[in-house]
Structures are given as C-alpha cells and as structure tokens.
Design a protein around this ligand. Structure first.
Ligand code: CA2
Length: 149
C-alpha cells in the first residue's frame, strides 16, 4: 500500500489548546485521526509524527527514504528559517506537499518566505486544519498520476 508520512513541526502539539483565533480549535490528535481516515478512503497508509526540534524533523524526513512514497509537512516556524529541512526534503527526493493552517502570505512579512516551497511539489495554506486534508488529497492525486508503478 502507498504510504505517506505526515510531519508536524514546532508548537503544533499545542493546537486546540492555545491561540484558537489563529490556528483553530482542532487538536493535533484530531487532525491525525482525520488524515488516517482520509488516507484509508484514498488507499494510503498514513503515519504522523511531530517534533519541536529541527534535527529530529530532519531525522524523520531521512527515515522516510525507501519507506514512504509521499510526505505532507507543516514545518511550522522552521518554514521560514530551515535550510536543513529543505536540504533533507531535497535529499530524499520524496514528493512533498507543504501545508499551513494559516495563510502565511496574509501575515507578517517574515512569514511570506518559505525555504521549503522550492523543494515541495506544492503548498496549501489558509484553510485551517483542512489544509492538511487538502494537502493529502493533492498528494494522493500526484502519486496516482506521477508514480503509477
Ligand atoms: O500556519 C501554520 O501552519 C504555521 O506553519 C504555524 C506556525 C507558524 O510559525 C508558521 O508561520 C505558520 C506556528 C505554529 C504554532 O502553533 C501553535 C498552535 C497552538 C498554539 C500556539 C501555537
């Protein structure tokens, strides 16, 4: 079965507990359960991980090599700072969709630039928790049409 790794970056373990006005009321566990269910519907095995640490996120991405066929990642604040996460995605060369809860282009200028976007197949932002589901859907479609084998 096609396998997808969902990677959540720093502070996303706080979802649903703080700042609901910006990031929504849905918890990370609820998002993961939705993705697992949506994955079943799409024929994808979904595994979700979260870390607050840049190097651990790099380790998760490296460990996806030869294991998962796609990645959905919300790198959190590392989106705007991390060459290491970008290099890891480029190194494993696994189709990766970048997702964000908020519309990063509508927020502070420092959030407008993503180090990840150039190595992602696409970016979905601004739809709250639904950004993840839409990202998984886009990845499923991409894998069906580009990785038929
Ligand atoms: O909109 C997104 O998904 C972000 O990746 C979220 C990051 C932010 O730094 C990016 O610019 C955009 C921040 C995640 C913080 O998550 C929290 C969740 C609940 C309470 C407080 C923070």
């Amino acid at each position: 079965m096609t396998s997808v790794l969902v990677v959540h970056g720093p502070n996303l373990n706080f979802l649903g507990r703080r700042e609901p006005a910006i990031y929504g009321a849905t918890t990370l566990d609820e998002i993961n359960q939705t993705l697992i269910a949506e994955g079943q519907r799409l024929g994808l095995a979904v595994t979700a991980v979260q870390s607050n640490h840049e190097g651990v996120l790099v380790d998760y991405i490296q460990s996806a090599w030869n294991v998962h066929q796609g990645i959905v990642i919300n790198p959190g604040a590392y989106t705007h700072t991390s060459v290491a996460i970008r290099d890891a995605i480029a190194a494993v060369a696994i189709p990766t969709v970048e997702v964000h809860l908020s519309n990063i282009h509508q927020r502070e200028a420092f959030r407008h630039h993503s180090y990840i976007a150039p190595v992602a197949i696409g970016q979905i932002c601004g739809f709250g928790a639904d950004s993840y589901r839409l990202g998984l859907l886009a990845l499923a479609h991409y894998l069906r049409t580009h990785h038929a084998a």
